[in-house]
Design a protein around this ligand. Structure first.
Ligand code: FCA
Length: 338
């Protein structure tokens, strides 16, 4: 009976093939191995600042949406920045977004990225070259600094008008950090808008901060307040919420009640606890710019660049809007911050 024997042999071969296929399936845990995810870095100078935490949050969202892996590293100084770039390369990353701790590190960061074959996008603080000019070949995304500064200055002037303060009783304390271009553009914008609103130029005082944190702006404003006596009301602003918060704390320390202080910040992310305080403080409001959007967009642009070779735009600016105790909850809920 040749035919049945052949038939059963075929059955055996068939069963073996079937079992083999099954065992292969189970070895790869239910399907073909997933391709390795693209890895990208996101380096920020001040990871303790809510602004940068929200930026990271936005970048995480881009990573989840597009399916890449995000490596977040805090880089408070030059040494840590250069080491972080090496470690990204060693981990197989293909590029990074960075807010550098010092814009003059730009050329060193570009060189290190090139040596490691990594693509770079800058966020917030734009690289400056050895010639003192922006390194325009590196894609940049950041706030429209002058415009947002002007919004802060106009807000100060409007609120002063609403409170019926006389210019002769009032002075402006502008906390500055002029070595950083985006900071200088913002504080110049504040001062320009104040002057345009008719505020006397000789009552606008700069208080240079040595460090861009609350102690830095507190010390700067404190030194100014000690010098300028006989002032009844203070307008207070700076390059970000932290600058204004430190200066508002200094006015409190010098005996100014909240009703005699109008503080306006920039960022809108680092003043939420302040705006939530049951009683209003001298911190009136902030010009909110979207940190989550900036994080999301820069991470996404980098991903498209690495994956498809799509060159990101070289200069993208984001806008701002005023938040106060009255509207911040609703506005930031809509933004996904709260
Ligand atoms: C700078 C400031 C941050 C934020 C950012 C947009 O990096 O230090 O607080 O304002 O620009």
């Amino acid at each position: 009976m040749k035919f049945p024997r052949l038939f059963s042999a075929l059955l055996v071969v068939g069963a073996a093939l079937f079992l083999g296929a099954c065992s292969k399936q189970s070895a790869s845990a239910g399907g073909p191995a997933a391709p390795a995810k693209i890895k990208l870095g996101f380096l920020v100078k001040q990871p303790e600042e809510p602004w940068f935490q929200y930026e990271w949050k936005g970048a995480d969202k881009a990573a989840a949406q597009h399916g890449f892996e995000l490596i977040k590293i805090g880089v408070p100084d030059g040494e840590k920045t250069l080491a972080a770039i090496d470690s990204l390369a060693a981990n197989g990353a293909l590029g990074f977004v960075i807010c550098t701790p010092d814009v003059r590190l730009g050329p060193a960061i570009v060189a290190k990225a090139k040596a490691n074959n990594l693509k770079v996008i800058t966020v917030d603080d734009r690289f400056v070259g050895a010639d003192g000019k922006f390194i325009e070949s590196v894609p940049y995304l950041g706030m429209s600094a002058t415009k947002i500064g002007r919004m802060s200055g106009a807000t100060l002037a409007e609120e002063m008008k609403r409170r019926n303060w006389a210019a002769a009783d009032t002075a402006a304390c502008i906390v500055t950090f002029e070595e950083l271009d985006t900071a200088r553009e913002r504080t110049d914008g504040i001062i320009a808008a104040l002057k345009e609103a008719g505020f006397p130029a000789d009552r606008i005082f700069k208080a240079p901060q040595k460090t861009t944190d609350i102690p830095g702006s507190f010390d700067a404003a404190n030194a100014l307040l000690a010098q300028k006596t006989g002032i009844k009301n203070w307008l207070v602003a700076g390059m970000n919420d932290t600058a204004t918060l430190g200066a508002v704390r200094a006015t409190e320390g010098n005996g100014f009640k909240a009703a005699h202080v109008i503080g306006v910040g920039i960022n809108g992310t680092d003043c939420l606890d302040e705006l939530r305080k049951p009683a209003p403080t001298g911190f009136y409001g902030s010009i909110y710019a979207s940190a989550p959007y900036e994080g999301f967009r820069t991470a996404e642009l980098l991903y498209f660049w690495v994956k498809d070779g799509t060159q990101p735009p070289l200069d993208t600016r984001t806008d701002g809007q005023l938040i106060t105790r009255e509207n911040f909850e609703a506005l930031l809920k809509a933004e996904g911050i709260l």
